[in-house]
Design a protein around this ligand. Sequence first.
Ligand code: PLP
Length: 463
Amino acid sequence: MNALAETAELRNDLDLPAKDARHVLHPWADLQALGSDRPVVMNSAKGVRVKDSEGTTYLDAIGGMWCMTVGYGCEELADAIGDQARQMAYYTSFGDVSNEPAAQLAEKLAELSPGDLNRVHFTTGGSTAVESAVRIAHYYFAAQGKPEKRHVLSRVNAYHGGTYLTQSLSGKAADKTHFHYETEFIHHLSSPGHDPDRDPLSAEARLTELLDEMEAEIQRLGPENVACFVAEPILASGGVLTPPKGYQKATLELCRKHGILYVSDEVVTGFGRLGHFFASEARFGIVPDMIITAKGITSGYQPLGAVLVSDRIAETISKAAPSEKPVFSNGFTYSGHPVACAAALTNIKIMTRDDICGHVRDVGPYFMARLRELLDSPIVYTVRGDHLMACVECWTGEEAGPNDKNMALAARVDAYCQEAGLLVRPYENLCILSPPLVISRDDIDEIVGIMGSALTRAAADLE
Ligand code: PLP
């Protein structure tokens, strides 16, 4: 059987959900529920829609996993990947070896990033990039004879990845059940989200509270012991939580005052989701010491992550203790993978040529305004977000928050959406939305229409 016939046979395999259930140990899944449910096996995709192995098509309002920018089935991206795979599928970038797409992509990222973030450390995804940033911060201070400056500040509800260290940095308590995690040098500040519709405190009062807490924690640890602050500009997976206005700038100033490095985790907020390649400076007025990027960098077509590093940090770690001949021992087999870097270069080319960031700045406010119409539903507690990252928070009308009743309600809304051909992402009592950046106004109307009907059905079930 030739390869094409074999692929066609695989595509016609109606037993796929059963095979998957028997053999795949799914990441981030309720394994008990998966034991009895049939997983949905996705098979093909075009534009903003995906189709499963049984032929059902869905409008993908999750954008894969926050990562889809230019849309599915992009021939130009597929060609770039195929061409690079044919030319040179792989070579290491350890030591003094590089490859053409990696070198070109690094130059492009330096051009797109703010300030003097001109050096790029490639990784395999977001987690390995965040983890690398913490290691770079440790190396940076140790190289200056300050190994004790190693404590790391994060926030409750943050999400920074699925490795041991990044899961320790993350602040979602439920994810830590049955796992061990690092607690000795990682410290969580309060969740910084401020919802103007629902928060009893004003944005100004909340900001003061958060900054006072951060200053107090730095003093408790001793500024000379704190290496870095790792922060998503808007917390994504933790529930689309936007800090009060001025928070990013004020926390950066606190970090500068105490000689603490600021690591901006733009795995979700970068690559157009907030209408700019990077949101740190364009939206929040900060030039951090490091920016983390992944996901949208290749529009999800290839796994890739990167730490964008300031010239100052790069120079310091390059000069570390020459007498000890130190090696900067951080990297992965697939760091700077030529096929992934070629995908990223083409993705950037398409995003620039088609002004996808401009498109997001245009449709983003429309998306939020239309979603806010769902506030008319009695089971919507709040709608929050920014451009193309948003969530609808459900409640039964009794007590707000992620309690059993509200979570069951959100799961019902999610199921009704899926039944009607719309994928949203359930998390606790939230339905999270992060559509592909090429979403049109008509698609947005369809999303809001289906969600509206799902909310009406779920509300009727409560009566
Ligand atoms: N940082 C943020 C803000 C994320 O949302 C994620 C993933 O969702 C990560 C890091 C981890 O990225 P990855 O899953 O590519 O390792």
